[in-house]
Design a protein around this ligand. Sequence first.
Ligand SMILES: *Cc1c(COP(=O)(O)O)cnc(C)c1O
Length: 331
Amino acid sequence: MAGDFGTVFMPEMTLANFDGSWSESTLVPSDAISINPAAHVLHYASTCFEGLKAFKHEDGSVKIFRMDRNLERFRQSSELLYLPEITTTMVGDMITQVVAHYKKDVPAPPASMYIRPTHMGTEPAIGKAASPSLTSTLFILLSPVGDYFSGSEAAMRLLLDDTGVRCGPDHGRVKGGGNYASALKHIMRAKEEHQAHQVLFCPDGDVQETGAANFILFDGDEIITKPLDDSFLHGVTRDSILVLARDRSMNVQERNFTVDELLERVAKPGCEAGLVGTAAVMTSVTQLVYKGKTHPVGTGKPGPLIPELRSELNAIQWGKSADRHGWLIDV
Ligand SMILES: *Cc1c(COP(=O)(O)O)cnc(C)c1O
């Protein structure tokens, strides 16, 4: 499992093509696909993807975490990009087929098998800038991934950007390449000019999310995060952490909040902030940079609540505590 996150792949993947109807899913080599240089995706970014994980349990079984959520989101991203229609059953079968094929290669916790479904428009028609691709390719890549936190607890420094936007304001729910492309220049500037790891997009002061993870604020008993709207990606990890917090009778507030409120709250020692997403589950944010000034979050050190909630979620994923919400499916 050497290499950075997402650079090592299982040698085969499941793949299906749409050309009027869907082909059977087949196992094919995962190191190359053939694509027409005029393919719609290469010019007009008709592509979306998903990210979810399979875990090995002590009894040797393999479980996929909340696949239903990722399947529905993938179906929705495809629909919003006007790609050929997919069904959650079809993609779910393609995922379980390839994970079952590589069951023995799913590493034990804290490592896992990262699953990357991808759907893209392949119609060779560069004249179709303003119309959808009528053909597409869908594949399921697998990548064994290690412990994000080998070594010490991560501590993130984020730039609060109240002028840039991650993507079109009504396009945030699409998990697609185009949104990543439009966010990149803001992230690169934040790295170069502010030594920040990521940008927290806050257009007109509205605290949204970073380029690839949702943002949650913890203040004593209160948990504050943006309510579900079209501007940002509705993370499965975000939802899972909120469920665990409600189980603990914490005061979960899904509401809009501003940069002013954020900076006011993080000045208190009992405050923590976290980035949530499938890859790392939840990472502590310890510094916010705004208008050239660095604001430590709470004590300026990670924890204790964030690592605790992350461990609680990992324990369910890894089969160390009861799957009380029915989040795991057997492969
Ligand atoms: C994938 C993604 C997330 C995290 O979603 P999870 O389902 O928790 O992995 C958050 N923001 C963006 C922009 C994403 O693409």
